[in-house]
Write a protein that binds this ligand. Structure first.
Ligand code: AMP
Ligand code: MG
Length: 320
C-alpha cells in the first residue's frame, strides 16, 4: 500500500491508472473516504467487498464526474431527476434509478436499480476523470464499523489491504450521502448529507422507507456505523449509570457527570458543524477503552435526522 497526497496531480494519475488496471484505491470525498474500483470491472469490485468484509447483498454507489454520465448507466432520467441533479450535484445526494445492462450485477447486488452520485470533492472528481471510467465505492471501512472521515481512520482499519490511499484531509460534510430512490415514487432510503426538507422543497413529498422496506441498505440493518465500544442514546430524564468508565457525545455543551471524556460537536448548535465532527468524535471516544459511550439526542431536523439515524444504528440492540 502507498499513501499519497490527493492534491498531487501525479498521485491522481497513478491512482487513475490503478483503477483502470483493476486495482482498488481509497480516496477522499466530501462525505466520507471511499474505497473505489472500476464500476465495470466485476473482479475489481469483488475485491472491494472482500477487503471490507461486506456482504454481497449490500450494493455500492457508483461515482460519476458529470451529470451527463448518469444516462450512460441509468434509465428514468426524468424532469424530477434533472431538477435534483441541477440543485444538489455535485454533492452528497445519491439517486437510485433503474440500471442499464452494462452495470455489473455485483455492483447492485443483483438489483435492477443502481445508486449513483457525483461528489464535489476535487480529488474525487479528478480521480474519476483520470480513471476514464466510473468508480463503484462504499465507505473505506470494515463493514458495520464507524465510517472514516480522515485518512488516519482508514490506516488503522483496512489501510494495508488496498493498493493506494489518497490523502485529502478531513471530510467536509462528514456523514454519508442522502440516498433517494425515485421509483415507483420518491423514497428516502438513508438520511444523509442533504437534508430531507430541501429535497421535499424541490420535488414534493418524499416517503421514508421503513427498515423492513430497505433490507438491502446497511442503513436498513438494525446495527451499523458502530464503534467497538457500546453506545447508548441518553433518554430524557435518564440517570447516568454509576461505576462505569463513561464517555459523552454532547451536542452544544458538556454536561455534569462522571465522564472520562466528553466530545462536544457544536458549541454554537449548528447541525452542519456537528455532522462534520460526528464520526471523528466517535473514533476518538472509541479509542479510549471506555465501558460505554452516552450520546445526547439531536434535534431531528436538517442534518440532525442523519445524525440520529447513525446514533440509533450505533446503539443497535445493545442495552449495555
Ligand atoms: P456506503 O457506500 O457504504 O455508504 O453504502 C452505500 C449505500 O447505498 C448502502 O446503504 C446501499 O445499500 C445503498 N444502495 C446502493 N445501491 C442501492 C440500490 N440499488 N438500491 C437501494 N440502495 C442502494
Ligand atoms: Mg458504509
Amino acid at each position: 500500500m502507498r499513501l499519497l497526497k490527493g492534491e498531487d496531480p501525479l498521485a491522481i494519475k497513478e491512482a487513475g491508472r490503478i483503477i483502470r488496471e483493476g486495482g482498488i484505491v481509497v480516496f477522499p470525498t466530501e462525505t466520507v473516504y471511499g474505497l473505489g474500483a472500476d464500476a465495470f470491472n466485476a473482479q475489481a469490485v469483488a475485491r472491494v467487498f472482500e477487503v471490507k468484509k461486506r456482504p454481497y447483498f449490500d450494493p455500492l454507489i457508483v461515482h460519476i464526474k458529470d451529470p451527463k454520465d448518469l444516462e450512460e448507466i441509468c434509465e428514468g432520467v426524468d424532469e424530477r431527476v434533472k431538477k435534483l441533479m441541477d440543485r444538489f450535484w455535485p454533492g452528497p445526494l445519491t439517486l437510485v434509478l433503474p440500471k442499464k445492462d452494462k452495470v455489473p450485477d455485483i455492483v447492485t447486488s443483483g438489483l435492477k436499480t443502481v445508486a449513483v452520485r457525483m461528489p464535489y470533492h476535487p480529488v474525487a472528481l479528478s480521480l474519476i476523470k483520470e480513471s476514464q471510467t466510473f468508480i463503484a465505492a462504499p465507505s473505506a471501512n470494515s463493514f458495520g464499523k464507524l465510517s472514516p472521515t480522515r485518512v488516519e481512520h482508514v490506516l488503522k482499519d483496512i489501510g494495508d489491504k488496498v493498493d493506494l490511499i489518497l490523502d485529502g484531509g478531513p471530510c467536509e460534510v462528514g456523514l454519508e450521502s442522502t440516498i433517494l430512490a425515485l421509483y415507483p415514487r420518491p423514497t428516502l432510503l438513508r438520511p444523509g448529507g442533504i437534508p430531507l426538507e430541501e429535497i421535499e422543497k424541490l420535488i414534493g413529498k418524499v416517503e421514508i422507507a421503513s427498515s423492513g422496506e430497505r433490507p438491502l441498505a446497511p442503513g436498513g440493518l438494525s446495527k451499523h456505523y458502530s464503534p467497538r465500544t457500546a453506545l447508548r442514546i441518553l433518554r430524557e430524564g435518564e440517570k447516568i449509570p454509576e461505576g462505569l468508565k463513561l464517555g459523552l457525545l454532547a451536542f452544544r455543551k458538556p454536561r455534569e457527570g462522571p465522564f472520562w471524556a466528553i466530545e462536544v460537536l457544536s458549541e454554537r448548535g449548528d447541525l452542519r458543524e456537528a455532522a462534520s465532527r460526528f464520526f471523528e468524535a466517535l473514533h476518538r471516544l472509541d479509542s479510549l477503552g471506555l465501558d460505554l459511550i452516552l450520546a445526547e439526542p439531536f434535534p431531528e431536523e436538517g442534518l440532525g435526522l442523519a445524525i440520529m439515524d447513525r446514533l440509533r444504528k450505533a446503539e443497535g440492540d445493545r442495552k449495555a
